[in-house]
Structures are given as structure tokens and as C-alpha cells.
Design a protein around this ligand. Structure first.
Ligand SMILES: Cc1ncc(COP(=O)(O)O)c(C=O)c1O
Length: 377
């Protein structure tokens, strides 16, 4: 058996007629950039996450950059970001002309360790950018408490967390603004690039809308210098269709995660395997199912030989990326993020995964640890 890491074809097959019809509508109307399908999706997605406003943009990185700029973050400002996230979180801070300041992650949740944020605050700090990593909401109350004490803006990076709930509320509009990516492999993925900013702040929404389209709301009148960060009509149409399936897909991911946890539990003591600790406050949508193991690389090779595709999210923490060498960080600065980068491994996770496939993956992990303990004996 082979188990792919994700299977976008399986998802397409399950919604083909709806998607094809939606794309056809765009072809028939030639509304290729923004337009009716994008507007309809923006309305539907804002309702879905419980935000007053949603502005579709060209990708998740652009969403973060524009949200920061729209919230007044710019040159000379510092923004607090977790050290273990996809590079784009920090990159968007840099392209918004500000400087990312890294904070280590929590050993249990892998999200930003809110107890370490205060020590990273300087007179230049303007914002905190928590990431709901792998689909699990960050400890937002703790982040909000620090933000309030220091008068900082909180912008959520919800690129991996479409539909996730923190204390019963969907993430995205819980801070001043929330940013989503619709990269094809995400829980809600476009058929190309896509992203969105959601907010309850009318001013922020208006500024993002201006910034995404050359500073213009009215053709050939440009109020500010902006960007071409518009969402395409075909992506709006596809996202509109897929949004109707998101809760069901997220529920399936939840079931898959529960089955993985049940099947992997016996190996937690036997090997060095660690599973993320769940929290009742943070309802994950399991964008990724990430385990940790000391012998991660040999486990990954073993699984690959057994036909199981895996991923590493992410092998190098952001503070150690060559692009941020100028910030002067060294190994040891954020020990937990570095430890996790050496140990984490993402198992196959997507809604269409079958029970048989999950059993096969868990058995292969079990075989690895059985072999490893036999080799030690
Ligand atoms: C946590 C996180 N932030 C930001 C991004 C950037 O999104 P995009 O790839 O749509 O630019 C991604 C996705 O790739 C992500 O996973």
C-alpha cells in the first residue's frame, strides 16, 4: 500500500460537478479578477468565521503583510512572531518594512509560548502575530493579556486554521485582524494562490481593500500607493464551493486525528514518540498531524520505504534561516523550537484518508519502534 501525504485529486473527484460549474460561471462572465464570485465568497467566509469583513487577496503572505500595514505597522516597528512557523509569517513582517522578533514555542502545543512574549518586548514593539500552527489555536487569552498591558496590536496568522475554534469562537477575527492562506493543500484550498484578511474593524478592512488593488476603490482614482494583491475570480468561485464542505472535511480530519492518537498511544512509552497535548480551549482542525520522535530521520526513511509519505514542518526554525542571518541569531537562542525542528514529523492527513490507510501508517510507525527496541535489546 502507498499512503500519500495529501490527495487533492481525491477531493476534486468528490466535488467535481460543483467545482466545474463554478469555474464555468467565471468563464462565462469573464470576471477573472475580483468580481461577483470573489464578493460572494468574501461574504460567505466572513459569516463563516464570524467577522464583519473579509477581503480576499492573492495569497496568505500578502494577507499578513496587508493586515500589518493596515493596522499601522511599518518601518522601525518590531513584530513578535513564533520561531517555529512557516517562513512566510516572518517574511510578511519584513515586507511590511518591520522587523520580526522571535519567541520560542511551548513544548506541548508547539504554538508561541505566551509566557515568553513579555521578555521580547521593546519600545519599538507594535504587534504580536501568533500562529495557529498545524490548525490548533494559539493560547490567545495569554497573548491578549500581554498585548493589552503593552498596548500592542494582535494579528492572527490563521493560514493553517480555517474553522478552528478558540474557547468556542472561530479564529481569525479574535485579534484586530486574522489572515488566511488558501494555498491548495490547506484545509480550505484554492486551485491556485489565494488568501484573505478578516476583521471586525471597518477601517482595517477598508485599508486592506485599498492596498490590495493599487490603492484604488474607484477605477483610475488612487488614494494611496498599494499593491496588486487581488484574488482571482476562479479562486473565489472554487473557494465558495469548497467552503460548503469545510465543516465536514474538518470533522473527518478530527476523526482521523483521534484514530491516529488511539493507534499510536501504545508506542508513546515504548519509543521516544511524543504526541501533541490537546487542550479543551483550542479546537484544532488538524491541518497537519505532527508527531515527534528522537530518531525522526530514520523513522521518516522507514515510513518512506513502507510507502508512507511524510513531511517536516519545519526543518529549520525561522531565526536560523539564512534570510535572517542579519538578525544575529545562533543555535541555542530558541531551544524548544530547535528541538522540535529536529524531532517533528507530519503523517498523512487529509479528509479523504481512509481508516485502512490510517491503520497502515500507525502499524508502520509501530513496526519501526518494535524494530528499534529489538535492535537495542
Ligand atoms: C503559518 C503560515 N503562514 C503564512 C503562510 C503563507 O500563505 P501563502 O502560501 O498563501 O502565501 C502559510 C502557508 O503557506 C502558513 O502555513
Amino acid at each position: 500500500m502507498t499512503v500519500p501525504f495529501v490527495d487533492l485529486q481525491a477531493q476534486y473527484r468528490s466535488i467535481k460537478s460543483e467545482v466545474d460549474a463554478a469555474i464555468q460561471r467565471v468563464l462565462d462572465t469573464s470576471a477573472f479578477i475580483l468580481g461577483r464570485e470573489v464578493e460572494a465568497f468574501e461574504r460567505a467566509f466572513s459569516e463563516y468565521v464570524g467577522a464583519e469583513f473579509c477581503v480576499g487577496v492573492s495569497n496568505g503572505t500578502a494577507a499578513i503583510q496587508l493586515a500589518l500595514t493596515a493596522c499601522g505597522v511599518g518601518a522601525g516597528d518590531e513584530v513578535i512572531v513564533p520561531a517555529n512557523t512557516f517562513f512566510a509569517t516572518a517574511e510578511a513582517v519584513s515586507t511590511a518594512n518591520a522587523t520580526p522578533v522571535f519567541v520560542d514555542c511551548d513544548p506541548d502545543s508547539s504554538n508561541i509560548d505566551a509566557s515568553k512574549i513579555e521578555a521580547a518586548i521593546t519600545p519599538r514593539t507594535r504587534a504580536i502575530l501568533p500562529v495557529h500552527l498545524y490548525g490548533r489555536p494559539a493560547d490567545l487569552d495569554a497573548v491578549f493579556r500581554v498585548a493589552e498591558r503593552h498596548n500592542l496590536v494582535v494579528i492572527e496568522d490563521a493560514a493553517q486554521a480555517h474553522g478552528a475554534r478558540y474557547k468556542g469562537k472561530r479564529v481569525g477575527p479574535l485579534g484586530r485582524a486574522g489572515c488566511f492562506s488558501f494555498y491548495p493543500g490547506k484545509n480550505l484550498g484554492a486551485y491556485g494562490e489565494g488568501g484573505a484578511v478578516v476583521t471586525n474593524d471597518a477601517d482595517v478592512a477598508r485599508r486592506v481593500r485599498l492596498l490590495r488593488d493599487h490603492g484604488s476603490e474607484q477605477k483610475y482614482r488612487h488614494e494611496i500607493v498599494g499593491y496588486n494583491f487581488r484574488l482571482e475570480g476562479i479562486q473565489g468561485a472554487v473557494l465558495g464551493v469548497k467552503l460548503g464542505h469545510l465543516d465536514r472535511w474538518n470533522e473527518l480530519r478530527r476523526e482521523h486525528a483521534a484514530l491516529y492518537r488511539e493507534l499510536l498511544a501504545p508506542h508513546v512509552d515504548a519509543g521516544s514518540l511524543t504526541l501533541r497535548r490537546e487542550s479543551p480551549d483550542a479546537e484544532s482542525v488538524h491541518h497537519l498531524f505532527v508527531i515527534q520522535a528522537d530518531a525522526r530521520d530514520s523513522l521518516q526513511r522507514f515510513l518512506s520505504a513502507a510507502g508512507v509519505q511524510t513531511g517536516i514542518h519545519y526543518p529549520v526554525p525561522v531565526h536560523l534561516q539564512p534570510a535572517y542571518a542579519s538578525l544575529g541569531h545562533a543555535e541555542g537562542d530558541f531551544p524548544e523550537a530547535e528541538r522540535q525542528a529536529r524531532r517533528l514529523l507530519s503523517l498523512p492527513m487529509f479528509a479523504e484518508l481512509t481508516e485502512r490507510q490510517i491503520n497502515y501508517v500507525a502499524e508502520a510507525v509501530g513496526d519501526y519502534f518494535a524494530g528499534a527496541s529489538a535492535a537495542r535489546a
